[in-house]
Ligand binder design. Sequence first.
Ligand code: 13P
Length: 250
Amino acid sequence: MGKYVIAGNWKMNKTPAEAKVLIDEIKPLVADATCDVIVGVPFVDLHVALEATAGTNIGVAAQNCHWAESGAFTAEISAGMLKEMGVGYVIIGHSERRQYFGETDQTVNKRVRAALDAGLTVILCVGEYLEQREQGVTAEVCAMQTKIALCGVSAEEMSRIIVAYEPVWAIGTGRTATAEQANEVCAQIRDVVKGLYNADVAAALTVQYGGSMNAGNAAELLAQSDVDGGLIGGASLKAADFAVIVKAAK
Ligand code: 13P
């Protein structure tokens, strides 16, 4: 399956000074990681994060980008701006963006397109609400989000797409999907990608699980056949916990 990737999504946490402290703590703990390691930091922390991770095995992600190259979009950040800074990754379509900031499948697709055009690697987030799971439409919801987000993305560009399955009901709630639930949906997402492209693209795709993944449950989740990594919120803010999750990804 895909290469293991463990990414922290710090969300709106850590000032630049605090970011430097946390990254300096994380660095030695993950220096011998066998998976890819990424920290997804607030925009204002990017500069410090890039400096602190220079020459290390830690990649830096932004948490969003706009779809336009430039223009009258007050407070927005373009993918090209991130690329010029040296940022390698961008998280797109996080459920908090969809829930609180009006992000739609269509704007997610536009942002994915812009990020790829700028040369970034995308961590694309998809996932169902609890109500949707209870209605039995988890597979349909995740398939729709994945398909729309990937409109206009070529098979070659799929090497710069990571998909993170993040059930909304498991985010920040302490309620984790069971390993079986996580694996089932990650496999369905891989199958959708197989249908859109081919078996090789699907097999090479990294599909992460996110939602209350922590030092205690990471090993079981990451041992699943279709779970190739994690997108970690709360536990990525503690260096020791994050390092345990990184070590579990092998
Ligand atoms: P938690 O790990 O805090 O549940 O957050 C998951 C998440 O949203 C990562 O993007």
